[in-house]
Design a protein around this ligand. Structure first.
Ligand code: FAD
Length: 700
């Protein structure tokens, strides 16, 4: 018998698609690169096709890793959505135009860029942040997974054992199903799972003992099956085809996002892409109309597209078809996302739905964005394992909302347009346009509103934005706060009602002015994804005696109590919780020295060099901002935008993933300790780790 290599790692990630790479990046950024592994059964990464749409929230997240600007620059921005429908004479006509992204919702708008380039950005970032120690191990297949239940609660244990096998080149290369143009059929819902069966494999085997396993292995997820998690939901009968091509057409709106409903040839969506490409989503047929799923070819998809877009013409020149695929829509979610909070699944492994609303890749990355900081904090001894339970609770709700949204959107998109008001079986085009507009907030990723938990301190029945965009009472507080926050220190409903900061939602950005330099910044440019918690302290106008007194008390509390409690002495004082102050005082009316020293600490213990060798501007002078006019970029009116008072202080506690945990009056500062006691372990239990340095960028 051949001997099996034995090894240990903190985290094993299975699958290097968007979800797996986001997880690996997040862990690398937090200094865990050397103790994380990421494997994928494929020999190569994706070069063409698959997902392309990036939503506002995903761009915000990428920006918080210093990756947003580069991706934004390469992408095609989507500005307008146009609707084409049959007129009274049955001829196709433009019936409406709406903004593709709700204006003002984010500083970013939806854009499209090929999934492979997004993955490339992650791969580069992972390399930089891990000093080259973390790289995707390709052509490696997991073959068994077991958990030692007796040790799952011991933070130091390695309870998960995964045996993996190195695949041959042949086993690791997806077949192109006999086609010459690259296509995605091998991973489509129309094709069976093509995972090689292990029995006959001869490649080297390894037994990996891991503290945590994150399964990001896509819709056919092997990890999900090992967990005994089941997919629940429906499969529709509509077959859709996708063509990525440089088209030849006289259709006037081919460089806009369009939804086209033809009288009776089906529907099509047009997505203008980078590099002159256009993506066409084409409803090819219904399965139950006797179409053989294997007979679908790019020629057949194009023929259907031509019928839908007639009388306009549509052709693809020789060599101008870049990629194609076909799929049937299923709307399903996994019944569990975690096992013993040691094995997790994320991304397509726990939700599948139609790709037209551009949600899959975005939601997949946001799943592991939610998860990986919690895993890192548990591994590093920074947080108790109890924070891990919030992953399934928070993301399962999002997956369910996504399915509801997609169900509605797909039905309206796939259905035939109503001939007139009496045509009850047909889809009303006004309803479709309305659903698009209402669904847009959900689709942007910005309506995510995490439930009450130890991470999110809010009243039991707070309002929540539905997938339809309306405000309703929450889907009930799904889980009672894990043994509650001692006393609820959140703002009274009256005070909170006036702010535009929502506990559970992402903390939005506003322009502020750096006191030290007079430079305008978006506050988000300083709220980086580097694993730190943040307290944004709106101190009010420091010339007011109430504000000055509160600041004195808060500063003393931070420096003598809160920060030392959770920050190891050998680390910088801002390395676990960073406090950023925004004053309502004009810059000329206050000096840095007017701000308590705890709000502008010297952080000299870590090097300020970023992973790519450049220096971040010293943060010491970038912790105090004012809400004032600037020489070149006007006034940010941040206090107005956030709806916070100028005559007393307000504090916002922000999780490492940018969501608001707690909103409170500065005078209640002593309650900060009660909150952090639930989510952070005392400094003595933190393992020594590198202070992370994400490169801060300001987008053009
Ligand atoms: P995947 O991308 O599927 O990655 C899974 C990885 O795991 C793969 O690399 C695979 O090789 C590996 N793997 C699988 N099984 C194993 C195993 N047993 N062992 C080891 N490795 C394994 N989403 C959007 O947000 N916007 C869009 O515009 C969009 N358009 C789309 C268009 C099309 C045509 C399609 C098909 C999808 C589209 N999606 C879109 C959806 C998007 O592609 C997926 O939701 C996204 O890729 C899911 O990411 P993931 O990391 O969860 O899984």
């Amino acid at each position: 018998t051949t001997s099996i290599k034995e090894s240990h790692c903190d985290v094993l990630i299975i699958g290097a698609g968007p979800a797996g790479l986001m997880a690996a990046n997040w862990l690398a950024v937090q200094g865990l690169g050397a103790s994380v592994r990421i494997i994928d059964k494929r020999s190569d990464k994706i070069f063409t096709g698959q997902a392309d749409g990036l939503q506002c929230r995903t761009l915000e997240i990428l920006h918080s890793f210093g990756l947003g600007e580069d991706i934004w620059r390469q992408s095609n921005r989507m500005i307008e959505m146009r609707f084409w429908n049959p007129g009274a004479d049955g001829k196709l006509q433009r019936t409406g135009s709406v903004p593709d992204t709700i204006p003002g919702i984010s500083r970013w708008q939806q854009c499209v860029l090929h999934q492979g380039r997004i993955e490339k950005s992650f791969l580069d970032s992972i390399h930089r942040h891990s000093d080259g120690k973390l790289a995707v191990e390709r052509a490696v297949l997991p073959e068994s997974l077991s958990i030692d239940k007796a040790s799952v609660d011991n933070p130091e244990a390695y309870p998960v054992t995964v045996e993996v096998r190195k695949l041959s080149e042949e086993e690791a290369t997806p077949t192109q199903m006999g086609n010459s143009v690259p296509n995605g059929l091998f991973r489509s819902s129309l094709a069976p799972d093509d995972t090689p069966s292990g029995a006959a494999g001869t490649g080297d085997r390894e037994r990996i003992h891991a503290k945590y396993v994150i399964g990001c292995d896509g819709a056919h997820s092997w990890t999900r099956r090992q967990m005994g998690s089941k997919m629940e939901g429906d499969q529709t009968s509509f077959i859709w085809g996708v063509l990525d091509a440089v088209p030849i057409t006289n259709f006037p709106d081919v460089r806009n996002r369009c939804a086209i409903h033809s009288v009776d040839s089906g529907s099509m969506m047009i997505i203008p892409r980078e590099d002159g490409l256009v993506r066409f989503y084409i409803q090819v047929s219904e399965l139950n109309r006797g179409v053989d799923r294997h007979s679908i070819t790019p020629e057949m998809i194009l023929a259907t597209a031509k019928a839908i877009i007639a009388p306009y013409t549509l052709d693809i020149g020789e060599g101008d078809l870049d990629w194609w695929t076909a799929y049937v829509i299923g709307q399903r979610t996994a019944d569990r996302f975690a096992l013993h909070d040691r094995v997790f699944i994320a991304g397509d492994a726990c939700h599948t739905h139609s790709p037209k609303a551009g949600q899959g890749m975005n939601t997949s990355m946001q799943d592991t964005y939610n998860l990986a900081w919690k895993v890192a904090a548990a591994v590093k001894g920074v947080s108790p394992r109890s924070v891990l339970a919030t992953y399934e609770m928070e993301r399962k709700q999002i997956a369910q909302d996504l399915i509801t949204f997609d169900h509605r959107f797909s039905r309206l998109f796939s259905g035939k347009p109503a001939k007139d008001e009496a045509d009850a079986a047909g889809i009303s085009m006004a309803e479709f346009q309305d659903a698009f507009l209402k669904g847009n907030r959900f689709a942007s990723g910005l309506s995510v509103d995490y439930q009450r938990s130890l991470l999110t301190v809010k009243p039991e029945s707070s309002s929540k934005t539905t997938v339809d965009g309306g405000e309703v009472v929450a889907h009930a507080a799904v889980v009672a706060p894990a043994d509650g926050v001692a006393s609820d220190p959140s703002l009274s409903a009256e005070d909170a009602g006036e702010t535009r900061i929502d506990v559970g939602k992402r903390f939005n950005t506003a322009q502020v002015v750096c006191h030290a330099t007079a430079l305008p910044y978006e506050l988000a440019d300083w709220i980086l994804s580097d694993g730190r918690w943040r307290v944004v302290y709106f101190c009010g106008d420091v010339r007011e005696s109430i504000c000055a007194r509160e600041m004195q008390q808060l500063g003393d509390y931070l420096s003598s109590d809160l920060l030392p409690r959770f920050t190891p002495a050998e680390q910088d004082v801002d390395s676990v919780i960073e406090v950023l102050t925004v004053a309502a005082t004009p810059r000329a009316e206050c000096e840095l020295a007017d701000f308590h020293p705890a709000l502008r600490p010297h952080t000299t213990k870590h090097h300020r060099k970023t992973a790519d060798g450049r220096y971040n501007t010293s943060q010491d002078y970038h912790k105090v901002f004012v809400d004032d006019t600037t020489y070149h970029q006007g006034h940010g009116r941040a206090y107005e935008k956030y709806g916070v008072a100028t005559q007393y202080g307000t504090m916002v506690v922000i999780r490492p993933d940018g969501y608001v945990s707690l909103l409170m009056r500065a005078s209640d500062h002593a309650q900060l300790g009660a909150f952090f006691e639930k989510v952070l372990l005392p400094a003595a239990s933190h393992k020594p780790h590198q202070h992370t340095r994400v490169k801060r960028t300001t987008p053009a």
